[in-house]
Design a protein around this ligand. Structure first.
Ligand code: HDD
Length: 695
C-alpha cells in the first residue's frame, strides 16, 4: 500500500511523479511566480489530480484538472488549407529611395524610417508537420505595420502563379494535396492527380517549369527571392496610377540544394529551414532582402508581348528593370510559435492608401478568399485583434461584439453617421483610402478568359533557354522524376505534348528518361514566341561568390589536431560562414589535451547539412570510421553534391581511397586552406555528370 502524499504541501513531500521521489518542487516558495488557473486562483499542486483517497477515483470537482485538460484539448486550430507549414520572423522595412512621384503611401515615400514587419515563409502543399525541403513553391508573405494601416504583400518565391483565374484554385490544390482515397503522398507534387490536372491546364506550364527548376529546392529561406507576383497600382497625389510589381532580392543571393540532397535533408532534419532561420537570427546574422519595384504605365503595358494582368506571366527584368528602393531585415525570431507564426493572418486585401489593385482575375479572387479563410481558421471576425495581426497605428470603427471580443468600447454610439458623440470616429473623405477611378470599358458580363491570356508556352521557353546547361539538366531530371511517379500513361503523354512547345531538347530528354516516344505536340491556343533569355531567372548564376550564410562541417575524432581545427574554423568564419564541429562522440579530446564538446555527433549530422566539409582525423579513428557507413556517406554525399572537401592524410588513406572519389580541384589536402575556402563558395557543377545520371 502506497503512503498517502499530502498534496497541500508539495514542497515538503517527496514527489512520486519525479524521478525516484527524491526531488522537491522548485515552486513559488523558492521565489518564482505563482502558477494560477485562468481565473487567477493559485494552484498548489500541479502534479496530482484531486482523488478520493490515494488510489481512489478522481473527483469531478477538480476544477484545476478540468480547466487544464479542457484548454489542452482545444490547443490546435485548423491548419491553413495551403501553406500550412511555415516559419517566420520579425524585422523592419526601410525605404532608401522615395516613390513620391508614384504613390502617396507613406511607407513608400518616407526614406530612412524603420517600419516594423513580420514575414512568414512556407511550403504550399504539405501539412504543418511536414518537412521543410520538398520540391515545392515557397510562400513569402510580408506584413508591414505601416502608420496608415497594415500592408500585406502575400507572395511566393517564384514570380508567377499556376493559374490565371481564382476559380481554378480549389482544383489546383485538391490535385496537389494527398490523393483523397489513399491519403498520400504528403508534401509532394509527384503523383497522378497533380500531373493530370496541370497537363489539362496549359496555363500551369510556366509555374511548373519554375517548380521543376532548382528554385523549387531552396538552400535556405534566407536565400530565396520573393515576388508580389500580381500587377498592383501605385496612386499619387493627383490620383495618377502607375502599375507595379513588387520584388524581394536576398542579399545572400539565390541558392538551392540538389534534389538528392533535399531528399536526404528531409530525413536528417525535417526542420532544416526553420532551424537555419532560427540559428541565423540568434547568431546575429540577420537575413536581409532588397526591396524593388518594376514600374510601368498602361501604355507601356500595352506593348508587352503578354498581358500584365495575367499572373502566369512575369515581366522580364530586361524589359522593365527592378528599381531597388528599400530593404527588409529580419532581426527577431518569434517568442511564441503559435501566438505569432501560426496565428498571423495575411490578406492581400490589406493595403494602405496609395496602393491599389489591378484587374488581375487571380488577385481579385484572392481578395475574397483570405479574409474568409481567417474566419474559419482563427474562429472569429475579431482575428485582427490578435497582437500579431493588430495594426500598430491607431484604429477605430463601429465594428462590435463577436467571438473573442478583446476590446471594451465605451459610450452609446456604435453607428455612423451620428450626432451624439463628437469623439467617435467619422469617415475621412479625401483623407481616407481612395480607389483608382478606373474607366471601365463597356464590357459584357460573362465567364470569359481574355485572348491575351492564351500564350502558355513562350515564357516557359524563355525560362528554360535562360538556364545554364547544368540547370537545364536538373529541370529535365525533375520532370522525369515527377512523371516517373505518374502511373497513368496518358497523363505522361499529355505532358510530353506540352514540353515540345517549350523546347524540343527538353521534351526529348524527358521522353528518353521515361522510355517513351514523343507524341504529337499539344494544341497551342496562341503561337509560341521567342522572347529571348533572362539571366535574372537563373539560380546557379545568381549565387554570390562569398561564404556568407553557409555552413562548414569539420569532422574530428580523438587526437585530432587542435591547431588544424582552429585554422579552418577561423578561415571559414572570416569568410562569413558558420562552422559546426562533428565527431563520432559528443565529446572528444584533441591532440593538445583540450577536451571539447562537439556541435553534432556524426550519426546525427550527415554532410547534406553542410555546404562544405573538412576532415581532420588521426589514423586509429580513421581506420574505425572506414567501417562506419555514416562516415563513408559523409564523404560520398559531399562529393556527389559537388561540394568542396578538405582532407587529412588519414582520411585519404583509410576512407577516400576506398570510395569512388576523384581528387578533382574541389577535393584538396589540409594545407590548402585558401583553396578550400575559395571552393566552398560555390559547387563544382562539372562533377555532377560523373556522379549522377541526369536526364
Ligand atoms: Fe494563397 C495562403 C500565396 C493564390 C487562397 N497564399 C497563402 C500564403 C501565401 C499565399 C504565401 C500563406 C500566408 C501565410 O504565411 O499565412 N496564394 C499565394 C500566391 C498566390 C495565391 C502568391 C497567387 C499569386 N491563394 C491564391 C488563390 C486563392 C488563395 C487564387 C484562392 C482563391 N491562400 C489562400 C488561402 C490561404 C492562402 C486559402 C490559406 C491560409 C491563408 O490563406 O491564410 O486563403
Amino acid at each position: 500500500m502506497n503512503k498517502n502524499i499530502d498534496h497541500t504541501d508539495p514542497a515538503k513531500n517527496m514527489n512520486p511523479t519525479r524521478g525516484n521521489g527524491g526531488e522537491t518542487h522548485q515552486g513559488a516558495e523558492q521565489g518564482g511566480k505563482v502558477l494560477t488557473t485562468q481565473q487567477g486562483v493559485p494552484v498548489g499542486d500541479n502534479q496530482n489530480s484531486l482523488k478520493a483517497g490515494s488510489r481512489g477515483p478522481t473527483l469531478l470537482e477538480d476544477f484545476v484538472l478540468r480547466e487544464k485538460i479542457n484548454h489542452f484539448d482545444h490547443e490546435r486550430i485548423p491548419e491553413r488549407i495551403v501553406h500550412a507549414r511555415g516559419s517566420a520572423a520579425h524585422g523592419y522595412f526601410e525605404l532608401t529611395e522615395s516613390l513620391e512621384e508614384y504613390t502617396t503611401a507613406k511607407v513608400l515615400t518616407e526614406t530612412g524610417k524603420q517600419t516594423p514587419l513580420f514575414t512568414r515563409f512556407s511550403t504550399v502543399a504539405g501539412s504543418t508537420g511536414s518537412k521543410d525541403t520538398p520540391r515545392d513553391v515557397r510562400g513569402f508573405a510580408v506584413k508591414i505595420y505601416t502608420e496608415e494601416g497594415n500592408w500585406d504583400i502575400v507572395g511566393n518565391n517564384m514570380p508567377i502563379f499556376f493559374i490565371q483565374d481564382a476559380i481554378k484554385f480549389p482544383d489546383l490544390i485538391h490535385a496537389v494535396k494527398p490523393e483523397p482515397d489513399r491519403g498520400f503522398p504528403q508534401a509532394a507534387s509527384a503523383h497522378d492527380t497533380f500531373w493530370d490536372f496541370v497537363s489539362l491546364s496549359p496555363e500551369t506550364m510556366h509555374n511548373l517549369i519554375w517548380l521543376m527548376s532548382d528554385r523549387g529546392l531552396p538552400r535556405s529561406l534566407r536565400m530565396m527571392e520573393g515576388f508580389g507576383i500580381h500587377t498592383y497600382r501605385l496612386l499619387n497625389k493627383e490620383g495618377k496610377s502607375t502599375f507595379v510589381r513588387f520584388h524581394w532580392k536576398p542579399v545572400l543571393g539565390v541558392q538551392s540544394t540538389t534534389w538528392d540532397e533535399a531528399v536526404k535533408i528531409s530525413g536528417a532534419d525535417p526542420d532544416y529551414h526553420r532551424r537555419d532561420l532560427f540559428e541565423a537570427i540568434n547568431n546575429g546574422m540577420y537575413p536581409e532582402w532588397e526591396f524593388g519595384v518594376q514600374l510601368f504605365t498602361e501604355e507601356e503595358a500595352a506593348e508587352f508581348p503578354f498581358d500584365h494582368l495575367d499572373a502566369t506571366k512575369m515581366i522580364p527584368e530586361e524589359l522593365v528593370p527592378v528599381k531597388i528602393v528599400g530593404k527588409m531585415v529580419l532581426n527577431r525570431y518569434p517568442d511564441n510559435f503559435f501566438a505569432e507564426t501560426e496565428q498571423v493572418a495575411f490578406c492581400p486585401s490589406h493595403v494602405p492608401p496609395g496602393i491599389d489593385y489591378s484587374n488581375d482575375p487571380l488577385l481579385q479572387g484572392r481578395l475574397f478568399s483570405y479574409l474568409d479563410t481567417q474566419l474559419s481558421r482563427l474562429g472569429s471576425p475579431n482575428f485582427a485583434q490578435i497582437p500579431i495581426n493588430a495594426p500598430k497605428c491607431p484604429f477605430a470603427n463601429m465594428q462590435r461584439d463577436g467571438h473573442m471580443q478583446m476590446q471594451v468600447p465605451k459610450g452609446r454610439v456604435a453607428y455612423e453617421p451620428q450626432s451624439l458623440d463628437p469623439d467617435m470616429p467619422r469617415e475621412g473623405g479625401k483623407k481616407g483610402y481612395q480607389s483608382f477611378a478606373e474607366q471601365l470599358d463597356d464590357n459584357v458580363k460573362g465567364r470569359i478568359r481574355a485572348e491575351s491570356f492564351a500564350d502558355h508556352y513562350s515564357q516557359p521557353r524563355l525560362f528554360y533557354r535562360s538556364q545554364t546547361p547544368i540547370e537545364q539538366a536538373h529541370i529535365a531530371s525533375a520532370y522525369a522524376f515527377e512523371l516517373g511517379k505518374v502511373d497513368t500513361a496518358h497523363v505522361r503523354t499529355r505532358m510530353l505534348g506540352h514540353l515540345q512547345h517549350i523546347d524540343d531538347d527538353l521534351a526529348e530528354r524527358v521522353a528518353t528518361a521515361l522510355g517513351m516516344d514523343l507524341p504529337e505536340p499539344a494544341d497551342a491556343a496562341a503561337p509560341v514566341q521567342d522572347l529571348g533569355t533572362s539571366k535574372a531567372v537563373q539560380t546557379i548564376g545568381l549565387s554570390p561568390e562569398n561564404l556568407e550564410g553557409r555552413l562548414v562541417g569539420i569532422l574530428v575524432a580523438e587526437g585530432s589536431s587542435h591547431s588544424e581545427v582552429k585554422k579552418f574554423e577561423t578561415a571559414a568564419k572570416e569568410a562569413g560562414a558558420s562552422v559546426k564541429i562533428v565527431a563520432p562522440n559528443k565529446e572528444v579530446t584533441l591532440d593538445d589535451g583540450t577536451r571539447i564538446q562537439t556541435d553534432e555527433r556524426l550519426a546525427g549530422a550527415p554532410s547534406v547539412l553542410f555546404d562544405a566539409i573538412v576532415s581532420i582525423i588521426m589514423h586509429p579513428p580513421a581506420k574505425k570510421l572506414a567501417m562506419d557507413s555514416a562516415a563513408l556517406d559523409w564523404f560520398n554525399d559531399a562529393y556527389a553534391h559537388c561540394k568542396a572537401i578538405a582532407y587529412c592524410p588519414a582520411t585519404e588513406e583509410h576512407i577516400l581511397s576506398k570510395l569512388p572519389i576523384e581528387k578533382d580541384s574541389f577535393v584538396t589536402p589540409l594545407d590548402d586552406v585558401d583553396g578550400f575556402i575559395e571552393n566552398a563558395k560555390t559547387r563544382l557543377w562539372e562533377r555532377e555528370p560523373k556522379v549522377r545520371d541526369l536526364a
